[in-house]
Design a binder for this molecule. Structure first.
Ligand SMILES: C[S@@+](CC[C@H](N)C(=O)[O-])C[C@H]1O[C@@H](n2cnc3c(N)ncnc32)[C@H](O)[C@@H]1O
Length: 291
């Protein structure tokens, strides 16, 4: 029998279920997620949700099944089908790393370095489905933006997203780190961004289900003992691609900066410190190539 709960009560219930889940990071905004899932179930905008409205039985069931999927660890964007990243609606599907809102800090930091450049060149290594590259290409239509990754699924999704958004100044190429770039970019890049895998392999099991069961393991770790093989490549090969005065910006977790800064000390780049967002969850390590 259809139990006629209103939107407000269903959302409260969804929040409780998500809070009790052991498969999710505990820093998610469960209310916002329950509201988003309700909006998808009702085919409405979250701003238009009326807490006192009573959804149809089908819509209630749809919502509850979404909540159950989310509580079991399925990433929210796989259920909604998209993520809002830097003001862009990006389609998301399994087979690639799911863009994280925390990477918007990396876009912000790159944008600061690009603002006064006329026709800048940007490279995003480990681009996945290209959210960082696409956001920068959108923000700087005169920039030439490149993204590289070894996984074809993410690149195909990124190209489709860029095409749908009418962004044509981004090229997403399959290949190993800087190896996918054309030689003419050597010494010509203004900003390199990277959200490189850095989880040591023996720590992957400790990640919540929403990560380790839904994203390819190669998006999380490079399988090297310390998890820093790709980070070393990102740091030590950057100088070859950067212009004098060009920046390397690497997004890492809050416990990583000492390790990355140790690498920077052994590189040709100058360590310029850290940037972090207001909740401290996202950190960007910044370095510059001397003029
Ligand atoms: C943490 S994810 C970040 C993806 C994307 N930048 C984002 O923020 O959504 C790391 C990415 O590195 C890619 N990757 C792993 N090994 C790589 C390699 N040798 N060269 C280039 N990309 C690689 C993975 O496929 C994955 O997409």
């Amino acid at each position: 029998m259809h139990n006629k709960r209103d939107v407000g009560a269903l959302i409260d219930m969804g929040v409780r279920v998500l809070e009790d889940s052991t498969h999710l990071f505990d820093d998610h905004d469960h209310r916002l997620e329950a509201e988003e899932l309700m909006a998808v179930a009702l085919d409405a905008a979250t701003d238009d949700l009326d807490p006192s409205a009573v959804p149809s039985q089908r819509a209630s069931e749809r919502y509850l099944s979404y909540i159950a999927r989310r509580a079991a660890g399925e990433p929210l964007p796989f259920i909604t089908g998209y993520i809002d990243f830097y003001g862009l609606e990006l389609k998301v599907r399994p087979g690639a790393f799911v863009p994280r809102p925390s990477s918007e800090l990396l876009v912000d930091r790159a944008a600061r370095r690009l603002r006064r450049k006329r026709d800048p060149v940007v490279v995003d290594v480990c681009t996945g489905a290209g959210p960082i590259a696409i956001a920068l290409a959108d923000e700087f239509p005169h920039a030439e933006v490149w993204g590289t990754d070894i996984l074809a699924e993410g690149l195909a999704l990124g190209r489709a997203n860029a095409r749908d958004l009418g962004i044509d100044n981004v090229t997403l190429r399959k290949g190993d780190m800087y190896g996918a770039l054309p030689a003419r970019l050597e010494g010509a890049v203004d900003v390199i961004t990277g959200h490189v895998p850095y989880v040591p392999p023996d720590e992957v099991d400790d990640l919540p289900s929403e990560v380790k069961e839904y994203e390819p393991v190669s998006t999380l770790t490079d399988e090297s003992t310390d998890g820093l093989r790709l980070m070393r490549t990102a740091v030590f090969e950057a100088a070859r691609w950067l212009k004098p005065g060009g920046w390397l910006l690497l997004e890492v977790s809050d416990d990583m900066p000492p390790k990355v800064r140790k690498l920077l000390r052994r590189s040709e780049l100058k360590d310029m410190g850290l940037a972090s967002d207001s909740d401290g969850l996202s950190v960007v390590v910044e370095a510059v190539k001397d003029r």
